[in-house]
Design a binder for this molecule. Structure first.
Ligand SMILES: NC(=O)c1ccc[n+]([C@@H]2O[C@H](COP(=O)([O-])OP(=O)(O)OC[C@H]3O[C@@H](n4cnc5c(N)ncnc54)[C@H](OP(=O)(O)O)[C@@H]3O)[C@@H](O)[C@H]2O)c1
Length: 355
């Protein structure tokens, strides 16, 4: 780690006026290893963060610039967080790395998560604009790919739903303890998962006092889950996954049904406990206890609970995380810490905000 008092890494947040951008700033403002050197926005370009998010008014931060006005070489960033919408991202990162090849990037969008160009084109409806970077990108599930992340230039931060289900299941698939064809993920997200831009279906009156599924049978996070579960199982996995929108601000809660166990439910619990014993951000609850989204809100933690499902060879796993923290910006800072050689937990040790 560089001497924090003297050498601070210059970081930029592209898309600072969005929800994950604001969450990045919340975490980076007091991070001892970095200097916030550049912030960008689109509609809010030219404004100060305090005008976009008043919670930042006590802090001195750079003005929000339009991305097109940035000279990447002059910006001299050690690392850029890219918190932009899907598809815009690949063009921006391609231009950034062409002018400043030494800058490291943590991308929060889905643009570089799929390794297979054909799978990308199938799920996103167009060819990738930077296929050479797609090949280079390392999937940024910190606990699973830590050693590759440390030496990566471009890290594709995983999705919020996918982080939640992958951390719960990858050790079990690797251990061949569950049947990969019998996984059912019933997932719920808070509304900040959809970003800050105004959308009719996200109005209070459309979302409050109710609860619904969306993207049924076609949500793009399925592609990412299939990719990572196939890697872990060593053969193709096609998962059942349905997301739901619940009227709360932050949180992902996944109820996961697993069958065809090669061990007892307690045996699965032991595998998870052993896999994550040394992990600062993965907390496996005592057998039979279940997580709550309110107990991880604003923290970089995922809580995982596991219980019997009445008959042999079946179990139920519940996992909860904050979509903006462990599901996005917290994991992005964790990845930055790995890439820049800081202690992995630096700036990320907040306890959840409850009550
Ligand atoms: N929200 C989550 O829980 C979550 C979790 C994991 C991953 N992600 C991913 O992270 C990325 C950011 O998500 P978010 O929720 O923070 O979205 P958001 O709230 O909608 O913010 C998007 C940001 O991108 C800027 N922007 C929009 N269009 C642009 C363009 N054409 N050129 C340059 N900048 C542009 C916006 O600027 P203005 O506001 O000034 O227009 C804003 O700063 C997305 O790819 C999303 O899928 C989100």
């Amino acid at each position: 780690m560089p001497n924090a008092a003297k050498i601070r890494a210059r970081v930029g947040v592209l898309g600072a006026s969005g929800y994950t951008g604001a969450e990045l700033l919340r975490l980076l403002i007091h991070h001892q290893g970095v200097e916030i050197a550049l912030l960008t926005a689109e509609r809010r370009a030219g404004q100060h963060m305090s005008q976009v998010f008043p919670q930042f008014s006590p802090y001195s931060l750079p003005k929000l610039l339009a991305i097109d006005s940035v000279d990447w070489k002059k910006a001299a960033l050690d690392l850029a967080f890219c918190a932009l919408p899907h598809a815009t991202t690949q063009r921006v990162i391609k231009a950034l790395l062409a002018s400043a090849p030494g800058t490291k990037v943590v991308d929060l969008s889905a643009d570089f998560r799929l390794a297979d160009p054909a799978a990308y084109a199938r799920w996103y409806g167009h060819e990738h604009h930077a296929p050479e970077l797609q090949k280079e990108a390392v999937y940024g599930l910190s606990e699973i790919y830590r050693s590759s992340i440390k030496s990566a230039r471009l890290v594709a931060n995983p999705g919020c739903y996918t982080t939640c289900a992958e951390l719960a299941l990858i050790p079990l698939l690797r251990a061949k303890a569950i049947d990969p064809d019998e996984i059912v993920i019933d997932a719920k997200s808070g509304m900040t998962g959809a970003g800050r831009a105004a959308k009719e279906e996200m109005l209070f009156s459309e979302v409050s006092e109710g609860f619904h599924a969306y993207g049924v049978g076609r949500h793009r996070h399925m592609a990412e889950l299939d990719q990572e579960f196939s890697r872990a199982a060593g053969r193709m996995v096609i998962v059942s996954f349905t997301p739901h929108l619940v009227p709360m601000n932050r949180g992902i809660f996944s109820t996961i049904y697993v069958r065809g166990l090669n061990t007892s439910a307690e045996g699965l619990h032991t595998i998870l406990c052993k896999s994550y014993a040394a992990e600062p951000f993965v907390h496996v609850l005592p057998f039979g206890e279940m997580p709550h989204t309110r107990h991880v809100r604003g923290s970089n933690m995922i809580f995982i609970g596991l219980a019997n499902d009445r008959v042999e060879a079946r179990a139920i796993i519940c996992a909860a995380l904050d979509n903006l923290t462990k599901g996005a910006s917290g994991q992005a800072v964790q990845n930055m810490n790995l890439m820049l050689g800081f202690p992995e937990t630096l700036g990320l040790e907040q306890v959840a905000l409850f009550p």
